[in-house]
Design a protein around this ligand. Structure first.
Ligand code: LUB
Length: 235
């Protein structure tokens, strides 16, 4: 865990609830079905993350979740539906994560950093994140159209960068939308390289390097901004 120093590691994503029969009274049928679906989705995510789309079958998922293939098909008509559900699940979490991070009451730029910290922890620990990423990386080989990658993230970070800009947190030359694209590219690129070279073993460290190199360059320097005698320079 020392790799994660300086990175948020509380899970900001839902973890699957293990179903136990006969302990908490009868569950409503729909609730039970939802739990089963969630368990299947998590097991599928683990397998997609490990083997990739092509090498995963419904039978593998059924074995992993200790159910029949029929039980899996009841919730997901085919492998394509499972892949889409994993990616949808991943993208549905970011607004929830943002809400949790907003709750910390940080400045917009520090909120950006904290969102990337949360994504870092998810890359290291969350099968839905790992599977969603692998599926998107393989999207040409997936025989169904997945939701477009990176778009939600870039929009989310752009929104925060614009807030940072409005609050005078960004250096004068920095365009908030450019900053968002550069930050997402640097973050995701460092993750991709770390994954391919080291199975993400050094990713927390690589992200800290990106963070500590990029964000000081984006940030307005308070000493300069506050100095009334500062010579006016533009461009
Ligand atoms: C995010 C992944 C994994 C980007 O937005 C996406 O498509 C994402 C998979 O493609 O995390 C995080 C910067």
């Amino acid at each position: 865990m020392s790799q994660n120093k300086g990175v948020v590691v509380e899970p900001l994503w839902p973890t699957p609830k293990i179903q136990r029969s006969g302990t908490a009274g009868p569950l409503l049928r729909q609730e039970r079905a939802e739990r089963t679906r969630e368990q299947i989705l998590h097991c599928a995510a683990r397998i997609f993350a490990e083997r990739g789309y092509q090498q995963t079958s419904i039978k593998d998922v059924a074995d992993e979740v200790a159910m029949t293939k029929g039980a899996v098909y009841f919730h997901f008509p085919n492998k394509q539906a499972l892949a889409i559900a994993v990616v949808d699940e991943l993208y549905s979490r970011w607004p929830v994560t943002l809400e949790a991070v907003r709750g910390k009451g940080l400045s917009p730029l520090d909120t950006v950093i904290e969102m990337f910290n949360a994504a870092t922890a998810a890359f290291l620990e969350d099968p839905i994140m790992q599977a969603g990423t692998r599926l998107q990386n393989e999207r040409d080989a997936v025989d169904v159209e997945l939701p477009p990658p990176y778009v939600d993230w870039t929009n989310l970070i752009s929104m925060l960068m614009r807030e940072a800009h409005q609050q005078g947190q960004l250096a004068q030359h920095v365009d908030p939308d450019v900053a968002a694209r550069v930050a997402v590219a640097a973050f995701f690129g460092s993750q991709h390289i770390s994954d391919n070279l080291n199975g993400r073993a050094d990713f927390a460290e690589r992200w800290r390097e990106v963070r500590d190199t990029l964000f000081p360059a984006l940030r307005a320097r308070p000493s300069l901004a506050a100095d009334p005698d500062r010579p006016v320079t533009r461009g």
